[in-house]
Write a protein that binds this ligand. Structure first.
Ligand code: NAD
Length: 253
């Protein structure tokens, strides 16, 4: 099955780093026009520069996905720039938690839920009307292996990523007859800034992270990008409402 695309324009949130940047680069390498959205203008512009240097087409738009007006303006910018929105990768997310449930902090709860859940909901809220109007599209939301099971000392994050699946599956059913597919990618531990912030200070933790994946290593950003492109591609035309674990066997063990 080939990785072919009937659409031309892809949007990636959280595109200034890690999984988002790699996926924006992969969409561009596949010949799509890319809107790279993020809070971080400087690093987001770097993503666009990397894409252009490789011969691709991309535009950066600064957007805080937790703000309705900014997400609405982002979609307006996508249409103003490239006239349509075929694929959306709603990927911006944060992980800022350090303790068990009883040690949790209200502000941390609100911040994680705001980016990881409200952000995905707002993005879909403003993307779906565009896709409906043009007759179809595909959305991929970033879940996690923490969408599929417990995440000790990351319970708020796990709750937020479980919620991403609730949004994903519900939207998939609501729009199934409208030629819009909605899926989630659920990465295991991936080598990004998020991972390094959490593990670099403690080599034992990093070794543990590798060992918990049956393949014996953590994942690469390109391995998540490939799964996202597959879920958007024509090869996944019968796939909707799914949570695709890309985790080196972690959730199968
Ligand atoms: P990262 O921290 O390297 O990149 C996240 C990007 O999101 C950053 O560029 C940041 O500026 C942006 N962002 C944060 N808040 C935002 C907001 N309010 N509006 C717009 N942009 C915002 O992280 P990553 O590891 O690439 O993670 C990407 C996604 O993958 C997240 O949803 C994360 O939860 C998920 N994930 C990561 C891992 C991992 O091991 N790295 C595993 C499973 C799931």
């Amino acid at each position: 099955m080939s990785m072919t695309f009937s659409g031309q324009v892809a949007l990636v949130t959280g595109a200034a780093a890690g999984i988002g940047r790699a996926t924006a680069q992969a969409f561009a390498a596949a010949g799509l026009k890319v809107v790279a959205a993020d809070l971080d203008t400087q690093a987001g512009e770097t993503t666009v520069a990397l894409i252009r240097a490789a011969g691709g087409e991309a535009t950066f738009v600064r957007c805080d996905v937790t703000k309705d007006a900014e997400v609405k303006a982002l979609m307006e910018q996508v249409i103003a720039t490239y006239a349509r929105l075929d694929y959306a990768f709603n990927n911006a997310g944060i992980e800022i938690e350090k303790g068990k449930v009883a040690e949790g902090d209200e502000a941390v709860f609100d911040a994680i839920m705001s980016v990881n859940v409200k952000g995905v909901w707002l993005c879909m809220k403003h993307q779906l009307p565009l896709m409906l109007a043009q007759g179809g599209g595909a959305i991929v939301n970033t879940g996690s292996v923490a969408s599929l099971g417990a995440a000790p000392k990351m319970s708020i994050y796990a709750a937020s990523k479980h919620a991403v699946l609730g949004l994903t599956k519900s939207a998939a059913i609501e729009y199934a007859k409208s030629n819009i597919r909605v899926n989630a990618v659920c990465p295991g531990v991936i080598d990004t800034d998020m991972f390094r912030r959490a593990h670099e200070a403690d080599p034992k933790k990093a070794a543990f992270a590798s060992a918990m994946h049956p393949v014996g290593r953590i994942g690469k950003v390109e391995e998540i990008a490939a799964a996202v492109l597959y879920l958007c591609s024509d090869g996944a035309s019968f796939t909707t409402g799914q949570a695709l674990a890309v985790d080196g066997g972690f959730t199968a063990a």
